[in-house]
Design a protein around this ligand. Structure first.
Ligand code: TYM
Length: 332
């Protein structure tokens, strides 16, 4: 019997993976993957809530799979799979839609942001997105959901939906806890540090991608916005750019903010930005190199996602059967 606690998390293949998703999510997935029974998903069904070019979506889904493995997630010890390969996600999402309130969905920050950015395509899927995310998590009876800060609200609504359902039918779903890293839960854009670093960012200089070349990464860090004094000091209210760079440097090197402050006492921002850029280049180098090799091996990737889907479906269907019975569907 598997006694390990369960983790579920996912990333949308709606854009190339960024340093934000690496530091806020993937790096922690890897660290947790030894001690937990982990399900790491590529949530392609969530991605189509915003219009995608089909060929790009297909390519990015496979690239993302290669990047998960390259980052250090061992597919023989963890379950890595593509959301649309396990129909239980869509099936439970429909049911949970019927236990999710219009009012609570209307309060979701991500919905409001994305609706504002995609005003010509505010579709029902974008609105009910959290019910599908709740299905993802609850199907596996997950104990922990490691995500960046921006996804905290979606894990909270998952708990509300699970609580509501359990209140009616008894203990069907485990209530998941959110897991946010202490440092790196909210990486900001390098060019506009008041905004989150995001794969959909129009300003490409503000965003670092896992697969970006070292030269490009260095160029972006050298242009990163700081402020008009010369003090490397952590103050996220008044020194947003510098604090963001310190956060990135802290995650990349494992150094504390105090150590970083003393390392750069009396040195200019130029030195500091170069050091952060170099640390990020070294952090991402092995991931990029391994992912480039894996992307070429389509047969291997296929074997990973097929096996992952089988394992995931086995666990998911157990929960789904229980739910069908509870709500009163006639068993097959
Ligand atoms: P997504 O695809 O937008 O982001 C993937 C993960 O990366 C984190 N992240 C960040 N963390 C720190 N700083 C940033 N700038 C940054 N940008 C992104 C996100 O918090 C997330 O953890 N709805 C989810 C995907 C999802 C999911 C799930 C997650 C679908 N089902 C079930 C967990 C469990 C999303 O859009 O993440």
């Amino acid at each position: 019997m598997d006694e390990k606690k369960v983790i579920f998390s996912g990333i949308q293949p709606s854009g190339d993976l960024t340093l934000g998703s690496y530091m806020g999510a993937i790096k922690n997935w890897v660290e947790l993957s030894e001690d937990y029974n982990c399900y790491y998903c590529i949530v392609d069904m969530h991605a189509i809530t915003v219009r995608q070019v089909p060929a790009d979506l297909r390519r990015r889904t496979l690239e993302q799979l290669a990047q998960y493995i390259a980052a250090g997630i061992d597919p023989t010890k963890n379950t890595i799979f593509i959301q649309s390969h396990v129909p239980a996600h869509a099936e439970l999402a429909w049911i949970l839609n019927c236990y999710t309130m219009f009012g609570e969905l209307s309060r979701m920050t991500q919905f409001k942001d994305k609706a504002a950015k995609n005003s010509d395509n505010i579709n029902a899927g974008l609105f009910t997105y959290p019910a599908l995310m709740a299905a993802d998590i609850l199907l596996y009876q997950a104990d922990l959901v490691p995500v960046g800060d921006d996804q905290r609200q979606h894990v909270e609504i998952t708990r509300d939906i699970a609580n509501r359902f359990n209140g009616i039918y008894g203990d069907v779903f485990k209530l998941p806890e959110v897991y946010n890293p202490k440092v790196g839960a909210r990486i900001m854009s390098l060019t506009s540090p008041e905004n989150k670093m995001s794969k959909s960012d129009k300003d490409k200089g503000g965003c670092i991608y896992i697969m970006q070349s070292p030269d490009d990464i260095m160029r972006c860090f050298k242009r990163a916005v700081t402020d008009s004094d010369t003090w490397v000091h952590y103050d996220p209210e008044n020194k947003k750019g510098v604090s963001n760079l310190m956060q990135i440097y802290a995650v990349a090197t494992g150094k504390s903010f105090e150590t970083i402050e003393s390392e750069f006492t009396g040195r200019g921002y130029g030195d500091f930005k170069t050091a952060v850029g170099e640390a990020v280049v070294e952090l991402l180098r092995p991931v990029r190199e391994k992912a480039s090799k894996l992307i070429a091996d389509k047969a291997y990737l296929e074997s990973v996602y097929k096996e992952g889907a089988e394992r995931a479906a086995y666990a998911a269907n157990k929960t789904l059967r229980k739910v069908y019975k509870k709500v009163g569907f006639v068993g097959k």
